[in-house]
Write a protein that binds this ligand. Sequence first.
Ligand SMILES: Nc1ncnc2c1ncn2[C@@H]1O[C@H](COP(=O)(O)OP(=O)(O)OP(=O)(O)O)[C@@H](O)[C@H]1O
Ligand SMILES: [Mg+2]
Length: 601
Amino acid sequence: MNQVYQLLKLVFTEKKRLVLTFVFTIFVAFFTYTFVNLVQPIMDFYMFKLSPGGIPDKTRFVDVLLNIFGISMDQLVTYLPLILIVVILGKGLFTFLSSFFMNSIGLKVTRGMRNDLFSHLVYQSTDYFDQRSTGELLSRLTNDVDKIQEALSGSAKDMMQELFILFALLVGVFFIDWRLALAAFIITPIALVPLMIFSQKLKRIGMTNQIQMAEIYNLLHEAITGNKIVKAFTMEKFEFKKFLKSTRDYLKVGLKFAWISSMSSPFMEFMGGVVGAFILLVGSNRIANNQISAGDFGAFVMAVFMMYTPIKRLSRANNIIQRAVACHERVLEILNKTPTVKEHKKAYPIPPIKGKIRFDQVSFEYNESGPVLENIDFAIQPSQKAALVGFSGAGKTTIVNLISRFYDPTAGRVLVDGIDIREVTLDSLRSQIGLVTQELILFNDTVRNNIAYGLKNIPMKDIISAAKSAEAHQFIMKLSKGYDTFIGEKGGLLSSGQQQRIAIARALLKDPPILILDEATSALDSKSERLVQRALSNVMKDRTTFIIAHRLSTIRNADMILVLDRGKIIEKGTHDELCRKNGIYKKLYELQFPESREEDF
Ligand SMILES: Nc1ncnc2c1ncn2[C@@H]1O[C@H](COP(=O)(O)OP(=O)(O)OP(=O)(O)O)[C@@H](O)[C@H]1O
Ligand SMILES: [Mg+2]
């Protein structure tokens, strides 16, 4: 119940529209009420041609209305058809208004929700994305929000409007003949028990349903983005089979949902029929005893009949809302998740960075799977170059991830210019770090916008000069539209080496005091690498730079080489020092360059 409230509470943000809808709904209820009460004069005076004196004397709503508007009974009888049209028109007009406004509330609320979700997602820490699949997140932002919108626009309106109408009709039947009404309603609650059981079941199934939809999104996403590999390994059939299985699971649960939700409305209808038969029995008895007129009974039956639609809609709205509650819980899971890497309450912008970086006894582990870094301790001075080498999985990328504060160390501190980076704002820190990641990240945009990513109003000449430093200018000029060429999703229309050079240009354009190059030149051939290397050595001059490279030739000139093995620094020093030491570095080096030919660099 609380969860339903949480969901419906969302509409409270649109107070003005809600109040309007509320007022319109009251009008709808009023016109419905009047309509039902007109049945009595229509039947008694029009169909049975009775005179007002010839029917059982009791207070009727129509009499109250006549008094208020100062109309005589004769006038009413004359203008009844016209009044009927006005009443139905009024009901229609206000139904339209309330429905439109409630729809607009749903649309506005869900737009806000999508925006919230997006802004929460982009601010989540890196570990959040490590643990979740893209497809699943996409499905929450699209499919789940759609279901919520359906519930808020359609079903919340139904809930409000139909409840009012139902209430009006209930008042109506009690007003027309309370004894008959009481008799009828004594047996109605039996119908409500199954309704409650149904809605419980539907909610549970709704949750499973959404999880399976997310799985489908996930498979779709992987099959599309990984299409090349799927083809290369001729795994189309395998992927298709996986997909078939998940659509089959979705179908199974969907059918269960359909079974229960389809059953709920005929079931309610049947209960309605039982109640109807009972009313007929009691009502005919009361007419025979001259306690009510035939018109009264007609109005009563009409009112009971008219309750059918609201009840049906309410039960459908309940189904949709139950499903939306499940979706809302999944959405809330994102909205309530605070990033693990948080800014300190008193975080301040770090002053312009000089470039001293110190790891003070840093240990780290991803999601409690065992230590990935242990007691990493080193310092590099402003404008120095540090190189990280070691086997794959040794923890090189992890170390540089900690400098950008994508993760926080589990123990120890990372200091930049002597300041613990947890004390400063993320923006101020990250905006002063130029990063070329191992996994290249380019956007489906032009070359120019990819290089200038995150920077505003950058003059073209700066972009070109960054591209030149990254040895990218030449090939960019050969593209069909030069700097305005679109490079496709993830830069797919460029070669890996070209993508790398664009990524380097992007990092350089930022002109950051700290530069991190994680395998930044690994996709280049030796010649291009040498060119990029030379260009880089110029730009690295006044910045603290971290270079991670498997090719040791690229790091020979580093001021400090850290040799990493299984999360520990096992050797530390310059190339010459390490070569003299005759340790792991020397071995690695000799493996790569058996003859140690100097001219190879
Ligand atoms: N996001 C992550 N979640 C959990 N474990 C991770 C994650 N990223 C890396 N690891 C683990 O941490 C260890 C170090 O990984 P890291 O990426 O730092 O290695 P690396 O030295 O950069 O290797 P490579 O040379 O292959 O890039 C590995 O054992 C890896 O399995
Ligand atoms: Mg790595």
